[in-house]
Design a protein around this ligand. Structure first.
Ligand code: SF4
Length: 241
């Protein structure tokens, strides 16, 4: 009799354990790893971006290394990571390095960069107080627009930079930067000057300084957009600028 009762309790326990197992949540698998297991993204993608979250700009730069993750590495002299304050309240995001940036290994140092420096100064700031970087970190040959696959491969690094810095405002410069952070439907002529957001960080899109060099009349629009950022950041907006 005692043996029978022990058997019944044993069976009951097994049934309860089986039911508990069936009801328990499946193990957590990050979406990118799941996609990889299902075959829709490559192991390199998972390895390169999703499983690593460097928590400082230095660690992120070290993680990127001498990157060969997309074809843009073939023609570069220098990988242009970005520069400025890790505590910047404002981050400018451009498209990608040009010839002079590629040579110097620094962002926005050519003619368009000098114009950006003047814009930053007119805001009452210095380049050292803001942070400046790009959607892709290596120069597209002949200054062509970066291809979609190049942007998709590189942009996790930009997003990680923004996660680390956590600025109060992001200012995207031009169509490519706007589309990179706001999606392919972003239209620079229609949507510049309006507030958007990236990961809950207020984002103001405006024209790229290189566009202003070709279309000086658009400087007025950029100044309007920049004044909105200044007001948001509590910077003094001088009249008649
Ligand atoms: S553009 Fe970005 S992803 Fe491509 S090689 Fe340069 S750093 Fe790597």
């Amino acid at each position: 009799m005692e043996e029978e009762i022990r058997n019944i309790f044993g069976q009951l326990k097994n049934l309860l354990l089986a039911e508990q197992e069936m009801r328990s949540e499946p193990p957590f698998i990050p979406s990118e790893v799941r996609s990889y297991l299902e075959g829709s993204v490559s192991a390199a993608h998972v390895h390169n971006h999703e499983l690593a979250h460097p928590d400082s700009l230095e660690a992120l730069r070290a993680f990127i290394g001498e990157c060969t993750r997309c074809s843009l590495h073939k023609g570069r002299k220098h990988l242009v990571f970005g520069e400025g304050s890790p505590q910047a309240r404002l981050v400018f995001v451009g498209e990608g390095p040009g010839r002079e940036e590629d040579t110097a290994g620094r962002p926005f140092v050519g003619e368009a960069g000098r114009l950006l420096t003047r814009i930053i100064k007119a805001m009452g700031l210095t380049r050292e107080e803001v942070y400046i970087c790009n959607v892709v970190k290596c120069r597209p040959p002949g200054n062509r627009d970066p291809e979609t696959d190049e942007i998709e491969t590189c942009i996790p690094f930009l997003k990680q930079q923004l996660t680390i810095i956590r600025p109060e405002v992001v200012c995207t410069l031009g169509r490519v930067a706007g589309q990179g952070l706001l999606g392919a439907n972003f239209r620079i002529t229609l949507e510049r000057g309006n507030w958007h957001s990236h990961e809950n960080i207020p984002l103001m899109p405006t024209y790229h300084p290189a566009y202003l060099l070709r279309n000086p009349a658009a400087k007025r629009h950029v100044w309007e957009d920049v004044q909105k950022i200044m007001t948001f950041l509590g910077l003094e907006v001088k009249k008649n600028d």
